[in-house]
Design a protein around this ligand. Structure first.
Ligand SMILES: NC(=O)c1ccc[n+]([C@@H]2O[C@H](COP(=O)([O-])OP(=O)(O)OC[C@H]3O[C@@H](n4cnc5c(N)ncnc54)[C@H](O)[C@@H]3O)[C@@H](O)[C@H]2O)c1
Length: 347
């Protein structure tokens, strides 16, 4: 490797990881993408494979890894409830053993290490909006605990490695983020609603739809990652990254129906166990320490995301013409194989 920096991204073929790899390559770095393809896919990084500075390694971070790197972004972990609850023990292992392995690597190589933590560490919050000093309200034995408590333990490990061994850490608490390359079946609210609307199926709302969420567009979030990693020594986090503009889930459904021109109606189902009623980040710390705040409105972000899912559901990848025209219409939307001959794209 001979770039500016050698940067490893675990979970690099996933939704956020693929955008991060793209951004790091654009900035002239060597990128090692490490993933076991649990929820990620090669399709998400196909368009990067020709770049000699990009390398993909199939590896499960619950096992140790010996490589030489300058920086590590630890994103590996299924993020949507359907996926992280499918094999809860593996989720805990990814969060805890994975963190130990990656922190061990950072300690040995003296690499700076970033942890993708989550607003789920706040559980069903009793403080609103959530500030970083709020300690959370998590059910340690509920169905979400494998993820919430796994991420909390990972934060503990990050701070213990920092205090005990001087490892340079950056911990981001990520709030609900959406964008192209989310999976069609991952059960997250934005992708769910868009896919249901485009298929003309009823849009499913759990609860009565008055629960609120704040939705951050992926480009804004990745910008926050880069700023946090580049922050001066001593800025460790945890730091909230998310969009503080709050929407009711019902409002989101109505927006998606309108923007897709769908004839879908709305159906209501019971709220799953431990589903938080309110979620909104206080980002004053990110604004002060990193000069960061989101810039993409929900409307603009939904437009780009809907365009992606339209492409994806129409057989995305097989129809180069629509991929190319979509790429022209939305230059910021990097489609997995836009502009490539099909034979090259399906490797
Ligand atoms: N997207 C969000 O709104 C959000 C919110 C909070 C936190 N996060 C965190 O950000 C990170 C990325 O989330 P995402 O939305 O891109 O999810 P994702 O499921 O698309 O990506 C996760 C990636 O990690 C990989 N992975 C899972 N277990 C692994 C293991 N043991 N070894 C190697 N690779 C493994 C998956 O194959 C996948 O590519 C996760 O750690 C998640 O907890 C995301």
């Amino acid at each position: 490797m001979h770039g500016q920096r050698r940067i490893m991204v675990t979970g690099g073929t996933g939704f956020l990881g693929s955008f991060l790899c793209e951004r790091l390559l654009r900035e002239g770095n060597d990128v090692l993408c490490v993933d076991n393809y649990y929820t990620g896919s090669r399709e998400n990084v196909l368009h990067l494979l020709d770049d000699p500075r990009f390398e993909v390694l199939r590896h499960d971070i619950t096992f140790p890894l010996y490589v030489e790197v300058d920086e590590i972004y630890n994103l590996a972990c299924p993020a949507s409830p359907v996926h992280y609850q499918f094999d809860p023990v593996q989720t805990v292992k990814t969060n805890v053993h994975g963190a130990i392995n990656m922190l061990g690597l950072a300690k040995r190589t003296k690499a700076k290490i970033f942890q993708a933590s989550t607003s789920e560490v706040y559980g069903d919050p009793t403080v609103h909006p959530q500030t970083e000093d709020y300690r959370g309200s998590v059910n340690p034995i509920g169905p979400r605990a494998c993820y919430d408590e796994g991420k909390r333990c990972a934060e503990t490990l990050f701070f213990d490695y920092h205090r005990q061994y001087g490892v340079e850490i950056r911990v981001a608490r990520i709030f609900n983020t959406y964008g192209p390359r989310m999976q069609t079946n991952d059960g997250r609210v934005v992708s769910n609603f868009i896919v249901q609307a485009l298929r003309g199926e009823p849009i499913t709302i759990f609860g009565n739809g008055t629960q609120t969420r704040s939705f951050c567009y992926v480009d804004d979030l990745i910008d926050g990652f880069i700023r946090l990693m580049g922050a001066p020594t001593g800025v460790t986090g945890p730091i909230n990254l998310g969009n503080p503009v709050e929407f009711q889930v019902r409002e989101l459904a109505e927006m998606v129906i309108e923007m897709t021109g769908s004839k879908s109606g709305i159906t209501f189902k019971p709220l799953p166990a431990d589903d938080p009623i309110q979620r909104k980040p206080d980002i004053s710390c990110a604004t002060k320490e990193l000069g960061w705040q989101p810039t993409v409105s929900l409307h603009e972000g939904l437009e780009r995301t809907i365009a992606y899912f339209e492409w994806k559901l129409s057989g995305g990848g097989g129809t180069m013409l629509s991929a190319n025209s979509l790429h022209q219409a939305y230059p910021n939307l990097l489609l997995p194989n836009a502009g490539r001959p099909v034979s090259e794209a399906i490797r």
